[in-house]
Design a protein around this ligand. Structure first.
Ligand code: ADP
Ligand code: MG
Length: 253
């Protein structure tokens, strides 16, 4: 028997009540599967419902219709196997790098020595060796987001959800971080089985993802699913890369 997909969302609907009593339909009949080994992109304009969908997957919010399954079971609250990286890093400024990362593990009830060991390993993996005692304000934006990655990875999640993780960074820093992430992923060094990457950056989606779901706005529906059949590492200058970016651009406008 085939194993259940990491994630399986069917006919997901999410609406919010508006101040005038009306309803704002944000996600309308969305299907999404994530299989082991995949990076799936959610690409859409601001307001198309991407973050709302991640909140449903991470159990922070419930759908009004449809089902959200993680490893074959409905998600009905924050699950231990799903971790998130945020656009704004979401670090605690009064805690050091090590303390911020350890925080991710404290809910798991491990012995203190184990917490420290795993946190140092995650910090090392993500390229912050030597910065354990630094405070977020002493780090560049890229390094702060590396802390965000370490804090998510330290719990050894099955699924990593990334909500525009590189969009607060300058272009070269973002490019470095994408390359480093893809290298670790390709080498099997990351303790994760699948990734959902939310972005409004078409090139980023084509650089990083195996499949891309393109969202329309108003209301949020998946308008196209695109399989990215380009060899890794992907080259922005490759005509096949440019063609795909252009095709998606047309879909989105
Ligand atoms: P994206 O991440 O694609 O930019 P969001 O999922 O954040 O989009 O938001 C989609 C729409 O849903 C927006 O119009 C937003 O204002 C609305 N929305 C999101 N969360 C809430 C909420 N808790 N209450 C009311 N409206 C919300
Ligand atoms: Mg968002």
């Amino acid at each position: 028997m085939k194993a259940a997909p990491l994630l399986d969302l069917k006919n997901v609907r999410r609406a919010f009540r508006k101040a005038d009593g009306g309803e704002l339909l944000v996600l309308d009949d969305v299907d999404l599967r994530l299989e082991e080994g995949e990076i799936v992109g959610l690409l859409g304009r601001s307001g198309s419902g991407k973050s709302t969908l991640l909140r449903l997957i991470s159990g922070l919010s419930q759908p009004n219709g449809g089902t959200v399954n993680y490893l074959g079971r409905p998600v009905n609250g924050p699950a231990a196997g799903i971790a998130m990286v945020f656009q704004s890093f979401a670090l605690f400024p009064w805690l050091t790098v090590l303390e911020n990362v350890q925080l991710g593990l404290e809910a798991l009830g491990l012995p203190a020595e184990e917490i420290r060991k795993r946190s140092l390993a995650a910090i090392d993996l993500i390229g912050l060796d030597g910065f354990e005692s630094a405070y977020p304000r002493e780090l560049s934006g890229g390094m702060r987001q590396r802390v965000g990655f370490a804090r998510a990875l330290v719990v050894h999640p099955s699924i990593l959800l990334m909500d525009e993780p590189f969009s607060a960074l300058d272009v070269l820093t973002a490019e470095n971080m994408r390359t480093d992430f893809l290298e670790l992923w390709a080498e099997g060094q990351l303790p994760i089985k699948g990734v959902i990457l939310v972005t409004h950056n078409i090139e980023e989606a084509v650089l990083m993802c195996d499949r891309i779901l393109v969202f329309s706005s108003n209301p949020g529906r998946v308008v196209t699913e695109i399989k990215v059949k380009l060899p890794q590492p992907r080259d922005r200058l490759d005509p096949a890369f440019r063609d795909l970016v252009e095709r998606i651009y047309v879909e989105m406008t």
